[in-house]
Design a protein around this ligand. Structure first.
Ligand SMILES: [Zn+2]
Length: 195
C-alpha cells in the first residue's frame, strides 16, 4: 500500500510538471500607438485587440489559463509585454498583429519566431493552421529578432494576420466572422500543441 501511495504521489508530481502552459496573448500596439504604416487609414490596434479577445475566449473555453498583455485601448511598452510573460512559471507567448505595406498589392499571412526549436515549431503550426482555415495566401514562416520574441523566456511566436493596406484583405478583416475564424485558427494550433 505504501508502495502504491508513492506511485500515486509520483504520478501527481509528473502530471503537475507537464501542466499546460499559461498562454500569454499579446495584442499588438494600443493607445497612441496605432500600429501599421504612418498614415494608414485603418488602425491596426483595434483589430489586433479584437482578435486577441476572441482568442482568449477560444482558449478559456478549451480549459487553458490565459493572460492578456492588454485588454483595452492603452499603450503597453514592449518590455512590459515581455515581463508579463517572463514572470510566469511556464508560458507560451503569442502576439497578434495585422500587417501594412507601402505596396498596397501585398497581402497574405505570415508568422514569426526568433529562436529555439519550440518557437519555430509553434510559428510553423500557427502558419499552417491559419492558411488551412482562411485560404489566405502564405508569405512564409520567418525568423526575425523582433523585441517581444527575442526577449521571451518561453516559446514565442508572432502572427501577422493580413494586410490592412490591401483593399481586398482589409475588407475581409473588417468582417467579424473572419476575425473569429482567425482567432479560432490561432486557438486550434495552440490547443493541439499544448493540451
Ligand atoms: Zn503590428
Amino acid at each position: 500500500m505504501k508502495f502504491l501511495n508513492s506511485i500515486a504521489a509520483l504520478l501527481i508530481l509528473a502530471s503537475a510538471s507537464v501542466a499546460a502552459p499559461v498562454i500569454v496573448i499579446d495584442a499588438g500596439h494600443g493607445g497612441h500607438d496605432q500600429g501599421g504604416m504612418p498614415g494608414q487609414r485603418i488602425a491596426e490596434k483595434g483589430y489586433a485587440l479584437d482578435v486577441a479577445k476572441r482568442l482568449d475566449g477560444v482558449l478559456r473555453r478549451a480549459g487553458f489559463r490565459t493572460v492578456m498583455t492588454r485588454k483595452g485601448d492603452y499603450f503597453v511598452t514592449l518590455s512590459d509585454r515581455c515581463s508579463i510573460s517572463n514572470r510566469q512559471s511556464n508560458a507560451v507567448f503569442v502576439s497578434i498583429h495585422f500587417n501594412g505595406a507601402p505596396n498596397s498589392d501585398a497581402y497574405g499571412i505570415e508568422t514569426y519566431f526568433c529562436r529555439g526549436r519550440e518557437s519555430a515549431a509553434l510559428a510553423d503550426q500557427l502558419y499552417r493552421q491559419l492558411l488551412a482555415s482562411t485560404g489566405a495566401p502564405g508569405r512564409g514562416v520567418k525568423s526575425r529578432s523582433l523585441y517581444v520574441l527575442s526577449h521571451a523566456r518561453f516559446p514565442a511566436a508572432l502572427c501577422e494576420l493580413g494586410f490592412l493596406t490591401n483593399r481586398g484583405e482589409a475588407k475581409r478583416i473588417a468582417a467579424s466572422s473572419y476575425r473569429q475564424r482567425l482567432a479560432e485558427a490561432v486557438g486550434a494550433a495552440i490547443i493541439s500543441r499544448y493540451r
